[in-house]
Design a protein around this ligand. Structure first.
Ligand SMILES: CC(C)(COP(=O)(O)OP(=O)(O)OC[C@H]1O[C@@H](n2cnc3c(N)ncnc32)[C@H](O)[C@@H]1OP(=O)(O)O)[C@@H](O)C(=O)NCCC(=O)NCCS
Length: 163
């Protein structure tokens, strides 16, 4: 569990599925998660949480539910695409009604610190649509710097935080 002043990040539980799937029915939130395979229906979200909670399945990613201190589920943050070279990617999203309070900023700060200080990540990447200025603001406020998105990435922004 990661604890900040405003948010707590913890392992997802099946009871999170109702709120999380409701937030993902917002087209803008869902479409920002390009390349991710987030489920949309509540049942799909329950299955996804069962799958990622099953300790017998080796997973190469870490998914955390973002909550407020009163337990309200507000979104998710994930670390994935770990490489032996010490790179990994971070993804994050909040239900729209929870935007504009600094919750994502705090959640991404906590998960980035864990990645860089405890998981051996040297370069942490985040990729979002070039038009996603909210995501860019969150990341740059935490010290992520823009880098070339690479071939096929002309509509994408890639940002990196280095240890
Ligand atoms: C990207 C996303 C998480 C950003 O959410 P957000 O709430 O704007 O992000 P932050 O937590 O950084 O909050 C910043 C906003 O909170 C405000 N804020 C209020 N209190 C604050 C505080 N204590 N600390 C910091 N910011 C605070 C800031 O002024 C800023 O508002 P503004 O953008 O209107 O100026 C959200 O838009 C989202 O879920 N989008 C869809 C998914 C997505 O794009 N994910 C990223 C790619 S993986």
């Amino acid at each position: 569990m990661l604890k900040g002043d405003m948010v707590i990040l913890r392992s997802p539980v099946v009871g999170d599925a109702e709120a999380l799937s409701e937030y993902l029915r917002d087209r803008e939130v869902f479409s920002a998660l390009q390349g991710s395979v987030y489920p949309v229906t509540e049942q799909d979200m329950r299955n996804f949480i069962f799958f990622i909670s099953d300790r017998t399945v080796p997973l190469s990613e870490i998914n955390l539910t973002i909550c407020l201190h009163d337990g309200t589920v507000i979104g998710m943050c994930a670390l994935h695409d770990f490489t032996k070279r010490g790179t990994a990617q971070i993804g994050f999203w909040l239900g729209r009604r929870h935007w504009g309070h600094g919750y994502a900023r705090e959640a991404v700060a906590l998960v980035s610190r864990m990645a860089l200080e405890r998981l051996g990540v040297k370069r942490l990447y985040a990729v979002s649509a070039a038009s996603n200025s909210r995501s860019e603001r969150t990341l740059s406020s935490l010290g992520f710097k823009k880098v070339r998105a690479g071939p096929g990435g002309k509509d994408l922004i890639k940002m990196v935080l280095t240890r």
